[in-house]
Ligand binder design. Sequence first.
Ligand code: ADP
Ligand code: MG
Length: 284
Amino acid sequence: MSSTIFRKGEDVNSFYNIEEEIGSGSFSKVYLADNLKTKDKVAIKVIERSQLGSEEALCLENEVTILSQIDHPNIVKCREVFEDTENIYIVLDLLAGGELFHRVLDKRVFTEKHAAAVLRPIIDAIRYCHDLDVAHRDLKLENILYETKEEDSMIKITDFSLAKIIPDDVFAITACGTPGYVAPEILEGSGYGKEVDYWSIGVILYTLLCGLPPFNENQNAELFEKIKTAEYSFPSPEWDHVSDDAKDLISKLLVVDPEKRLTAEEILEHPWMCIGAEDDSSSS
Ligand code: ADP
Ligand code: MG
């Protein structure tokens, strides 16, 4: 079990020295900080209350509640939560290796072996979340972070601000996520379940292997039309040297009907994931 401490009424500054900003998102700023007692370096996600509407305030409560219940090696750990009248402070383990997004920008494309090694822990962490009925709902390259700068650093899923508890027989309705990664059933607005995360994993895998996203339109209206019909392709020359197994796995994730989309178990059993695993063990 995780052991998040809720420090209601205590001042974050008497526990931490908050330093420079190291990241930001739509409603938060993330800072590097030192634990005054242990000297540990941490990341503190600061959310300004005045920025939040009532729906976002609920999301924040979700993030804190869900993160405090989650304990997996590939999911960021939440250590403590502070609140004052202006802000909420979520103290997280520091992930100093940067976003997967930046590694894709640096490398342009990942080899299939490398992409499989990146994908495996993500699938494992999402399977763990789904077993707890938690859907992440905002999986993307920016929300997957490396623990250290090393090439073979552990990777961790972060940003549970849109995560939601969706039991198997319940459907969520709220439209959310990030345009290029959003699943068709979210856009259709008639209810969706945890399968939305597997669609996003399809988008992530496609992007890792060719350096460009599968759905890429300037206007959201056009983008959403393409997503709703899963209209994407494997253009030449970017995809010429990518294996048929990799394309097969992507095409079984970017499936409009969520019931026909592969689940975590099925992804892990797919031949492409297995080839990656054999390569890994023989090379290391
Ligand atoms: P938002 O919900 O506003 O998108 P995130 O939780 O995604 O906020 O954090 C925003 C950015 O801050 C991330 O994309 C990442 O670059 C950085 N960040 C978040 N958590 C950490 C962490 N634990 N360690 C280091 N950087 C982090
Ligand atoms: Mg984010």
